[in-house]
Write a new protein. Structure first.
Length: 102
């Protein structure tokens, strides 16, 4: 439990420090792609006590995190899910989750 809290805390610190990826994504396409995300993050993107919320997160920060998981800069279970995503897929997903209420 403490490890999960530490992981989530580190993830948010990295989100604050992240920059660079401009998420010019298509939220409608991101909604379609999100079908693979709902099992863990929920249909509303609000996660739970073990899975972080995505709803309302800044799109550029979220896209950067996805790219970081894909490149190995961030480690965790998410790395298994982002391997096949293109940069556009990541931008679209990020744009979609940014539209959801936190």
């Amino acid at each position: 439990m403490l490890t999960n809290k530490l992981l989530i805390s580190m993830m948010f610190i990295l989100m604050l420090a992240a920059g660079g990826v401009q998420a010019g994504g298509d939220a409608a396409r991101g909604a379609e792609l999100s079908s693979n995300c709902v099992d863990c993050h929920g249909a509303d993107g609000k996660g739970d006590e073990e899975v972080p919320a995505l709803a309302g997160m800044d799109a550029a920060v979220q896209a950067q995190m996805l790219a970081d998981y894909q490149s190995g800069a961030l480690e965790g279970e998410m790395a298994d899910y982002v391997g096949d995503l293109s940069e556009q897929d990541m931008a679209d997903l990020a744009a979609y989750y940014a539209t959801l209420p936190p």
